[in-house]
Design a protein around this ligand. Structure first.
Ligand code: B12
Length: 217
């Protein structure tokens, strides 16, 4: 039952079926399917399949937009069920500011990471997408986070991550905060090259990295 609904969610995204994704998300909740599994193994897997098609020239951008929309709408239904099922720790593990860098509007992966960090017990401030360097710096000064999380999905925009780190350094803020990065084109090597403290390849790994950075694992 659980596997079937997770597969239906994946197929709805793959078939550009927004209504189906919404319907199966509601059904999954009613059937008690783990919402995290539904998002990661259902919806996100579907988006990746459509992404591969797009890369191979077998899908149009409009189709990619619809697949992403199906994912987002179904995710919005599933997300509220997460903290209820996984009793999040009362005491926060730390404060994290997360955002997608300037010039980049991809937010599916960043939002999943934000959700998983919240579930794990972090206080997460999601700045959204297309966040300029100055905004990351300003929020670091104002909110004094333990960690800054930056997402970039394009080889062009990942360069902005280096700018944020450089500017934080110039403003004497770099030593006060840990930095972790993620997004498909990024890697552990890129994190090292730009002087970030950690890289998360997926949501689970990102939580582990964040815990290490605040010294709780
Ligand atoms: C969905 C998608 C879109 C959707 C985005 C919808 C949305 N609201 O996010 C839409 C259709 C809008 C879109 C638009 C565009 N896209 Co697009 N898109 C994708 C696609 C297919 C999937 C991305 C995705 O959501 N993956 C699923 C999630 C779950 O995975 P993820 O993002 O990798 O996140 C995981 C990890 O990376 C990590 N992670 C992510 N963020 C963070 C942050 C932190 C702090 C940490 C620790 C970890 C972490 O954890 C996540 C969860 O597991 C990718 C293909 C790909 N291979 O990535 C192309 C892709 C990224 N897009 C691409 C392009 C070119 C574009 C457009 C320019 C297209 C156009 N011609 O207009 C525009 C960009 C506009 C802009 N300025 O940003 C290219 C980028 C190429 C490049 N230069 O590098 C790609 C690679 C496709 C391709 N091969 O051509 N896109």
């Amino acid at each position: 039952m659980e596997e079937e609904l997770v597969n239906r969610l994946m197929n709805a995204v793959v078939n550009y079926d927004v209504d189906g994704a919404i319907k199966f998300a509601k059904e999954a909740l009613r059937a008690g399917v783990d919402p995290i599994k539904a998002i990661q193994e259902g919806l996100a897997k579907g988006v990746r399949i459509v992404g591969d098609r797009f890369e191979a020239g077998e899908a149009f951008l409009t189709e990619l937009v619809i697949a992403a929309e199906a994912m987002k709408q179904a995710q919005a239904i599933l997300e509220p069920a997460i903290p209820k099922r996984t009793k999040a720790a009362k005491k926060t593990l730390g404060k994290i500011i997360i955002g997608t860098v300037e010039g980049d509007i991809h937010d599916i992966g960043k939002s999943i990471v934000g959700t998983m960090l919240t579930v794990a017990g972090f206080e997460v401030i999601d700045l959204g997408v297309d966040i300029p360097v100055e905004k990351f710096v300003e929020k670091t000064r104002e909110d004094k986070p333990d960690i800054i999380g930056m997402s970039a999905l394009m080889t062009t925009t990942m360069l902005k991550m280096a700018d944020v780190i450089k500017t934080l350094d110039e403003e004497d803020l770099r030593k006060k905060v840990k930095i972790m990065i993620g997004g498909a084109p990024t890697s552990r090597e890129w994190a090292e090259e730009i002087g970030a403290d950690g890289h998360g390849g997926d949501a689970m790994e990102s939580v582990e990295v964040a815990k290490k950075l605040v010294g709780t694992s």
